[in-house]
Write a protein that binds this ligand. Structure first.
Ligand code: CU
Length: 263
């Protein structure tokens, strides 16, 4: 006969292990510098998920090692195991706890996502063109000024990136902004970012797109608005007509989220 489990002790061990793992994992700066308004919110979300994962991991490990130690077969014991026909309380617990954790994670992520995707009235729109293996950028509000390989944006102003792909899937990722969105042929996808730190960063293609994928990068310059205006005015090329023509057929798949109050 199996005796009663030391639930209180196992729970205490689980909490202790959770605290130890979290104390090691949470202070690690996983994603580097924060350079957008979304970055701290995403990093906090990640930290909360780390703590929840540490709890689940600890719970499983404590039960596993308790079972290994407590129910190990004695030497010479040739009897069969106990005929156990379920345990309603245990089954309710192992259904309810993960359900609560997953629903909380979904709700919290949803709240963060709808917060960081909220659009401002005075946002700047920038077209992002991607092809094997290069990036170029169009500025529709600045006479369709065109820049190849170098993206400039003003600091502290929301930017709506309209992402286009000329050939295969690519993906738009500036790690310091924390935002990542796929560029998909035939459709226009959108990434909303408010850069809040002046500096030079790297735009990295993060969708395996062919032999040159690893080199598919562009320089990102976040600068004061006056410098941004000067820079766009100095761009003498405009977006080539065939490029503009090719994106006209695109359809929007991720329009502004419902309820965000955007245009
Ligand atoms: Cu790529």
């Amino acid at each position: 006969m199996i005796g009663r489990l030391p639930i209180a002790k196992m729970f205490a061990a689980t909490i202790l292990l959770t605290v130890v793992i979290s104390a090691v994992m949470v202070p690690i700066n996983w994603d580097g510098e924060q350079a957008s308004t979304a970055a701290p919110k995403i990093d906090t979300l990640l930290d909360v998920m780390i703590v929840l994962s540490a709890f689940v991991f600890s719970l499983v490990m404590v039960m596993l090692f308790y079972a290994l130690w407590k129910f190990k077969v004695k030497p010479g014991d040739e009897t069969d195991g106990e005929p156990i026909h379920g345990n309603t309380r245990l089954e309710v617990a192992w259904t309810l706890i993960p359900t609560v954790i997953v629903l909380f994670g979904a709700g919290y992520s949803w709240a963060v996502l709808s917060d960081i995707e909220k659009t401002d009235e005075n946002r700047l729109t920038v077209d992002v063109f991607s092809q094997q293996f290069a990036w170029s950028f169009g500025y529709p509000e600045q006479g369709n000024a065109w820049s190849e390989g170098e993206l400039h944006v003003p600091v502290d102003r929301q930017v709506e990136f309209k992402l286009h792909a000329q050939d295969v899937l690519h993906s738009f990722w500036v790690p310091e902004w924390r935002i990542k969105m796929d560029n998909v042929p035939g459709i226009t996808t959108t990434a909303i970012v408010t850069p809040d730190k002046v500096g030079t960063y790297q735009l990295i293609c993060t969708e395996l797109c062919g032999f040159g994928h690893a080199t598919m990068r562009a320089t990102v310059v976040v600068e004061p608005p006056a410098e941004f205006r000067e820079w766009t005015a100095a761009q003498k090329l405009t977006v080539p007509a065939p490029l503009m023509e090719s994106i006209k057929q695109d359809s929007e798949v991720n329009p502004i989220p419902v309820g965000s109050g955007g245009a």
